[in-house]
Design a binder for this molecule. Sequence first.
Ligand SMILES: Nc1ncnc2c1ncn2[C@@H]1O[C@H](COP(=O)(O)OP(=O)(O)OP(=O)(O)O)[C@@H](O)[C@H]1O
Ligand SMILES: [Mg+2]
Length: 265
Amino acid sequence: MEKREEILDEENINQMESGTDEMVEAAEMEERKIDDGVIIKFDNVKKVFGSDFAALEDISLEIQEGEFVSIVGASGAGKSTFLKLIYAEEMPTGGEVYFEGKPLSGISRRKLPFHRRRIGTVFQDFKLLPKKTAFENVAYAMEVSGAPTDEIMEDVPQILDIVGLSDKMEKYPHELSGGEQQKVVMARALIHKPIVIIADEPTGNLDPVASLEIVKLLLKINKLGTTVILASHDREVVNKAAKRVIVLERGRVVCDDARGKYKMC
Ligand SMILES: Nc1ncnc2c1ncn2[C@@H]1O[C@H](COP(=O)(O)OP(=O)(O)OP(=O)(O)O)[C@@H](O)[C@H]1O
Ligand SMILES: [Mg+2]
């Protein structure tokens, strides 16, 4: 998590230091056309850690814009690695990952923050700033990226409303349940209007009722047009989603069902 926060800080610094070149870059990325509707493509991707251990191997698949995809598999199967490749937190050791038609291996350090802003991230070990309210936690993420106050005042209540926390905006994290805290994290993930949400075990620390609320929220976000990629161990959560399920087993795709259920092939 710390590593991820460092990445976020780095993004913010990069963004603050950025000039008009980067603004043009961002606008270009926003406008990029996805001709065939494919937003993410894995082409024969391999990820080896260390000398010879393949965390992912022979991964070739496409994810369409607006899809909801669940990635399931036993611990160590490669789910988080799969998501990290999309976020360009890791790079493949073989093959290529394409995002909106562009190979991520070619992405420059300068463009990386813009790529990452296209993706909202939600993780199991959600961390909110404990001395800030729900509103302030979401607002803070906008402040550091240089959003003007009027935009913050307009967007934050709207986003908190989407996640169903309109009445809890002034609560501090310790006054919120785990599920509510995770909803704040989801609100925070939505502030840059990402085109993809990647959620890695977002219900891992929640009870079944709160977990179902989170999956319902992911479905709602998906319905509003965002592509959702959910890695989960949780059978109930994946079955509730009732969307495409990709099963990983020791780094390989062993099953890819359009309207899947949680099952091991
Ligand atoms: N940075 C790393 N260095 C070395 N090995 C790694 C690294 N990251 C992941 N691995 C290994 O790659 C394999 C896949 O890990 P990954 O985290 O993707 O699994 P996972 O399916 O997300 O598991 P879990 O359900 O436990 O979160 C594991 O064997 C893991 O130990
Ligand atoms: Mg994992």
